[in-house]
Design a protein around this ligand. Structure first.
Ligand SMILES: C[S@@+](CC[C@H](N)C(=O)[O-])C[C@H]1O[C@@H](n2cnc3c(N)ncnc32)[C@H](O)[C@@H]1O
Length: 141
């Protein structure tokens, strides 16, 4: 985050005011929120069989053959997306993921039995784009 995209640091895409708001909200939650630094796969494996655990996962956008913004933005951008879908398809609790809208991701989601919803979002350059909400519960139930 210090370097960001093209050396722009936190001003790259992260909206400093939004970050401040989020950090303040987190501070209000105090000790009920804990942060763990490490490999998410290990953390997911620890809780994957618990029905009272919900996963929200926002992986780096590096899955498709398109622009792969995650590669530019994040130091830790190498991720086995197939393995992530496979692991989460066995989750006992609720799973919600956000991903970039590309055919490779839609196919992976379908292969692993997830529901996919395309939702509009505003990009940094204020273009209208879509991203994907991927879940194991769907929206029409
Ligand atoms: C799209 S960003 C998440 C942004 C965050 N949701 C937010 O609103 O600020 C993806 C993050 O996943 C992290 N990441 C990549 N591989 C990981 C792994 N195996 N375990 C944990 N985090 C990982 C990257 O470092 C990056 O910060």
């Amino acid at each position: 985050m210090k370097v960001g995209e093209n050396g722009n640091g936190v001003a790259s895409r992260w909206y400093p005011e939004t970050l401040v708001k989020r950090l303040r909200s987190l501070a209000c939650l105090g000790s009920s929120v804990t942060f763990e630094e490490g490999d998410a796969f290990q953390l997911i494996r620890r809780y994957v069989n618990q029905t009272d655990v919900a996963f929200f996962i926002d992986p780096p956008y590096t899955a498709g053959n398109g622009k792969r913004a995650g590669r530019r933005l994040y130091k830790h951008n190498e991720l086995d997306h197939q393995a992530l879908f496979a692991l989460l398809s066995g989750a006992s609790g609720l799973v919600l993921m956000t991903y970039d809208d590309c055919p490779e991701v839609i196919e992976m989601a379908a292969d692993h039995g997830f529901a996919v919803e395309r939702v509009p979002m505003k990009s940094t350059h204020h273009e209208k784009k879509f991203e994907l909400l991927i879940s194991n519960f769907g929206w029409n139930a």
